[in-house]
Write a protein that binds this ligand. Structure first.
Ligand SMILES: NC(=O)c1ccc[n+]([C@@H]2O[C@H](COP(=O)([O-])OP(=O)(O)OC[C@H]3O[C@@H](n4cnc5c(N)ncnc54)[C@H](OP(=O)(O)O)[C@@H]3O)[C@@H](O)[C@H]2O)c1
Length: 286
């Protein structure tokens, strides 16, 4: 029996696949674009779309465990199809906002959407389910890559906003721990990076990693919102602006640093400095 990885071609999923292959597991990946995937021993590529779960039953009948990428409307139908096919364990990630650890998160646009997806999995009858709720991703700093490469500048409405951003490799390692380990299921784990780090500090760490002095330019929140709404849903852009303005004013209102990555994986969470060092190619002038 195999382990199914959805989202395998993405920033987190590729680390999950690498770790599972290193553990000598048979891995099936589901992608809409199989031509994007390099063939590897132990890896089987299936073409499919999470929003079309009726096409997934033949694949799911070969699967013992699955990692489910948060294509939110697809979670309930996928979990139902997985239960029917006899999949024993499903691991899903949503986001730390779903934990409702701050007043701000309780009123967020995204919380009811993440909770509905989590509840659909928890109530599906899949025998062993686990939800991971990652802090905002360190990879959000890739939004700055073009202006760093072209101008050496990052334009931010709240440079002092702080957050325990998480390295995508730590999200992946936590997913793998939940897939392969016991005692994690039937629970929702909020996972964070190892320290609160401000956006200005993130820019400085990227500058240090690529050996360039980078400038932060403060812009009005509404300018950021109108730029961001080209690639983010308006509800998420609003949640982010609220979080940044509050944590810039009062860092004690930030999502706290939590020990779950270490508890799940047995290793400390990677720092933002490490993330910047791992991503120099994304910011390098070519
Ligand atoms: N950014 C944050 O701070 C943050 C925090 C918490 C949670 N999140 C959540 O993280 C997700 C984005 O993560 P990311 O930026 O790391 O993703 P990403 O690297 O862009 O990867 C997206 C993956 O999703 C797969 N996918 C998308 N739609 C699919 C579909 N209909 N059927 C099958 N596969 C599909 C893609 O596979 P193919 O293209 O190969 O089919 C790809 O592998 C969002 O759901 C967001 O809500 C983000």
């Amino acid at each position: 029996m195999s382990i199914l990885v959805t989202g395998a071609t993405g920033k987190i999923g590729r680390h999950i696949v690498r770790e599972l292959l290193a553990a000598e597991k048979d891995v099936l990946i589901l992608t809409r674009y199989p031509q994007k995937v390099e063939p590897q021993p132990g890896l089987t590529v299936i073409q499919g779309d999470l929003t079309l779960p009726e096409g997934l039953s033949a694949t799911l009948s070969r699967v013992e465990k699955a990692f489910l990428f948060p294509v939110l409307p697809a979670i309930g139908p996928f979990a139902e199809a997985a239960r029917k096919a006899g999949v024993r364990r499903v691991v899903l990630f949503t986001g730390a906002w779903a934990a409702g650890l701050t007043e701000r998160d309780l009123g967020s646009w995204v919380l009811p959407r993440y909770r509905a997806a989590e509840d659909a999995l928890a109530g599906s009858g899949v025998p062993e389910w686990t939800v991971l709720r990652p802090a905002p991703f360190a990879t959000n700093a890739l939004w700055w890559a073009a202006s760093i490469r072209d101008e050496g500048v990052v334009r931010l409405p709240y440079p002092d906003a702080v957050c325990p951003v998480i390295h995508e490799a730590d999200i992946a390692a936590s997913v793998v721990a939940a897939l392969l380990g016991d005692g994690r299921h039937g629970a929702r784990h909020t996972i964070t990076g190892p320290a609160l780090v401000s956006q200005a500090e993130q820019v400085a760490a990227i500058g240090e990693a690529i050996g360039r002095s980078l400038r932060v330019e403060r812009i009005p929140a509404e300018q950021w919102r109108s730029d961001a709404e080209r690639f983010l849903r308006p509800g998420i852009a609003g949640d982010l602006l609220r979080e940044w303005s509050e944590t810039a004013r009062d860092p004690s209102t930030a999502l706290p640093v939590l020990p779950a990555v270490t508890e799940l994986t047995g290793r400390p969470a990677r720092s933002f400095t490490r993330w910047a060092a791992d991503h120099t190619a994304d910011f390098a002038v070519v």
